[in-house]
Each structure stands twice: as structure tokens, then as C-alpha cells.
Design a protein around this ligand. Structure first.
Ligand code: V47
Length: 386
């Protein structure tokens, strides 16, 4: 229920009509999303987003137990915001490429730990053969049949298609045959060509990124989406980004979750020009996303990037998912993230419960694995529900 106070605050902010459309379950326009972005009353905006979040998920807050694998940071692209990529494998430049067996074993050694997903993202390596990418997936699938493999961003899939002379469909089918489960949402950045030209002009275009996901959905592969905010983009360009995702979701229904990613300024080419986005900006971005993306089930706050405290607060601004335990993450830690390397499940539960929510362990496809009751309630998780 939206409180009468929030009702009035939205009216005062000139958002009475938008409020009513949201409460009637109707879709808001791009122009209205922009007005929401500009609403100075963050609490009122958050209350509206929270209303939508609770109507969908109640107090449930999803997380999973996952590990990251970034087996090379060598990359031929030169994204200005990236702190992870290196031009070559030389130690002096901190470039690395893990041998195939080492990559696979770094994940397989975690068998029995309760992890249900590996998230694989890499640089665009100039020399690794196609078999390497397929074999990583195949060996993980053979060594750990139940593990969900969320692998290779649309930017990587596009790179493989160009480099190895295959169509997106061929690349995806071969990965699927090897054992792929879903695609991660990375590489979307901001779709507007003005922004892409300036911050990431030598990798997949917006249209190519969207086409990879379109083909994946056609093949039955679910995928995630992201938006990198806090560099040179305008609010109009953020809304345009979300509008393109909403349109593709109308077409395919294959996206699972939207994940805004706050720019991290350390150790990259543009960090000096753009400080870290503020907490206010982060929270309003979650809230607008929850209200605008009416055809997305889930909205994720990636705690690794924005910190546990803001991620926890975001649970009242539309967010229903905190990603996971995230062991061995490199991309954000190389960009200056101060968050720990991995959270325990108990740590995630504490964050969720102390925000008045109920922790729900999910798998990669958002099936409920365990619904955890209130703290101290019998210790054992309640039976899972769909
Ligand atoms: O594509 C890179 C972004 C992405 C920086 O699918 C940066 O569940 C901010 O996509 N500051 C990779 N952002 C991470 C990613 C992701 C994360 C969590 C969950 C999922 C999912 C996907 O990180 C890149 C780029 O957009 N990025 N460098 C930086 N300095």
C-alpha cells in the first residue's frame, strides 16, 4: 500500500498522474520516466517503486551462491571506463590468461560448497582459439553437471562470431551444446551511439548487443541486462537505454533481470573526469527502472559495486535481488571497489533480514531453492516453493 503521505508527496512533485497510472498497473512513457528521474523527492519516488516491488515479490529478496571466473583480462577493445582490461599477457602490464585446466579447476574445486552458478566474463583476447571458450564450458559441465554456467557477454559472443566466422546462432548453439545455461548482462553500457562512440567505440554496437540477446532468446537461452551509469550519459540516454530493453522484452520475454551498474572511477581513463555516482543517483535509478521496466520480473543491486549498505537500502527502492555470494570477482575490484571478496550466505541473510525482508536463495533461472524464515526460526530453511 502506498501511504497517504507518499500519495500527497507525489502529487506535490507534479507526479500525480504518473502515480495513478502506476497504481492502475499501466505502462509509463519515456517522458514520464524522465520526469520521475527529475523528481527531487526521493522518498516519494522510492515509495512508488517499493509499491511495485512488493506487489510482485512481497518481502522476498533473492540471492544466489555464485563464483566468478574471469580467465583472461587481455582485451583488444579500449573501453574508457574499464579498469580490468590489459593489452597483453605480460606480467609488467598485469595482463593474465589462465590455462584451460587452471580455469576449470578453479571452479571445480568449489564442488560441495553449495555454489549453484559460475559467472564467466573475460576480455576480448586476440589469440585464444574458439575451442578454448567451448572447452571451458564443456569441462565445467562434465565436471559439475548441476552447476549453472552463466557465460560470455553479448559483446564476447559478437567478438567470437566475427573472429571465428560464425553467426550468432552458431556460436550460441555450440556453447549450448557444451553446457551453457544463461547469458550474463554485461557489455550493454549505454546504447546511445553518442555515448558508445566516446566510451566504447570498438566493440559490439547497441544493435549487435540486442541482436545477440534476441537470437539467444529465440534459442531458449534466458539472459540478463545491465546499464552502466555515471559517465557521460544524460538522463534521456538512460531512459532510451531502458526503452530499448523494454521493447526487446516485449518481443521475446527472454530477459530475467535488469542490473544498473554504477561507474567505478579508479584505474581507468575517465575516472578523473567522473566521480562515483552518488547514493541519491543510484537509488533514483533503481526506482525509475522498477517503474519503467514493467515487463521485467527482477531488478538487481550488485552489492559488489555499490557496497552492502546502499544495496541494502535499494531493497526499499524497487530492488528484489542482491546477486550472490560473488566469490573471486575481479572486474570491480580492479576498478577500486572496496567491498570484500565474497559475502557469506549468513552475511547476505543479515543484510536482507535487517531491511525487514525475507532471504530467498534462487538458482540462475530464478527458481526458488530455499525460502529462509525469520532469524532463529528452527535453523532449517522452510520448504521451497515455486
Ligand atoms: O560490461 C566495467 C561494467 C560489466 C566498470 O549478468 C564497469 O548477472 C563500472 O555485467 N565501473 C561487467 N562498471 C559486469 C556485469 C555483471 C555484473 C553482475 C551481474 C551480472 C549479471 C553482470 O561491468 C561490464 C561493464 O558494463 N564495468 N568496468 C567500471 N569501472
Amino acid at each position: 500500500m502506498l501511504s497517504s503521505l507518499a500519495h500527497r508527496a507525489l502529487e506535490r512533485a507534479g507526479l500525480g498522474e504518473v502515480r495513478d497510472r502506476v497504481l492502475e498497473g499501466k505502462r509509463i512513457t519515456e517522458e514520464e520516466a524522465l520526469r520521475l528521474f527529475r523528481c527531487p523527492d526521493l522518498a516519494a519516488l522510492g515509495a512508488l517503486a517499493n509499491h511495485v516491488r512488493e506487489a510482485r515479490h512481497g518481502d522476498r529478496t533473492f540471492y544466489n551462491r555464485n563464483v566468478h571466473l574471469n580467465f583472461t583480462n587481455v582485451c583488444v577493445a579500449s573501453c574508457k571506463f574499464c579498469s580490468f582490461a590489459r593489452p597483453d599477457d605480460r606480467q609488467a602490464s598485469e595482463g593474465y590468461t589462465m590455462p584451460l585446466e587452471e580455469s576449470v579447476q578453479s571452479v571445480l574445486r568449489r564442488k560441495g560448497s553449495g555454489i549453484t552458478e559460475v559467472h564467466i566474463v573475460n576480455g576480448l583476447h586476440p589469440d585464444l582459439p574458439w575451442s578454448h571458450y567451448v572447452d571451458v564450458v564443456r569441462k565445467l559441465r562434465q565436471g559439475w553437471p548441476e552447476l549453472a554456467i552463466k557465460a560470455y557477454t553479448a559483446v564476447e559472443i559478437h567478438f567470437f562470431a566475427e573472429k571465428f566466422g560464425k553467426s550468432y546462432e552458431q556460436v550460441l548453439r555450440e556453447l549450448l551444446d557444451a553446457g551453457l545455461t544463461t547469458l550474463p548482462g554485461g557489455g550493454a553500457e549505454i546504447f546511445a551511439s553518442r555515448v558508445r562512440r566516446k566510451i566504447c567505440d570498438d566493440k559490439a554496437t547497441a544493435e549487435q548487443w540486442l541482436e545477440v540477446h534476441r537470437v539467444a532468446h529465440r534459442l531458449g537461452i534466458k539472459s540478463n541486462t545491465t546499464m552502466l551509469y555515471g559517465t557521460i550519459e544524460t538522463l534521456e540516454e538512460r531512459v532510451d537505454h531502458m526503452a530499448r530493453l523494454r521493447a526487446l522484452q516485449d518481443e521475446t520475454g527472454g530477459f530475467q533481470v535488469f542490473i544498473p551498474l554504477a561507474f567505478h572511477p579508479e584505474h581507468n581513463m575517465i575516472g578523473k573526469a567522473f566521480p562515483k555516482p552518488t547514493g541519491f543517483d543510484g537509488l533514483r535509478t533503481y526506482a525509475v527502472a522498477r517503474l519503467f521496466l514493467d515487463n521485467f520480473d527482477h531488478l538487481k543491486a550488485y552489492w559488489v559495486m555499490i557496497g552492502e549498505r546502499l544495496a541494502q537500502t535499494a531493497l526499499s527502492f524497487g530492488v528484489d535481488d542482491l546477486d550472490g555470494t560473488v566469490l573471486e570477482e575481479r572486474i570491480y575490484h580492479m576498478a577500486g571497489a572496496q567491498t570484500p571478496q565474497g559475502l557469506t550466505e549468513a552475511g547476505l541473510h543479515r543484510l536482507i533480514r535487517s531491511a525487514g525482508r525475507v532471504p530467498v536463495e534462487r538458482d540462475s533461472l530464478y527458481h526458488v531453492l530455499r525460502l529462509h524464515g525469520p532469524e532463529g526460526a528452527a535453523g532449517a530453511p522452510r520448504a521451497a516453493t515455486a
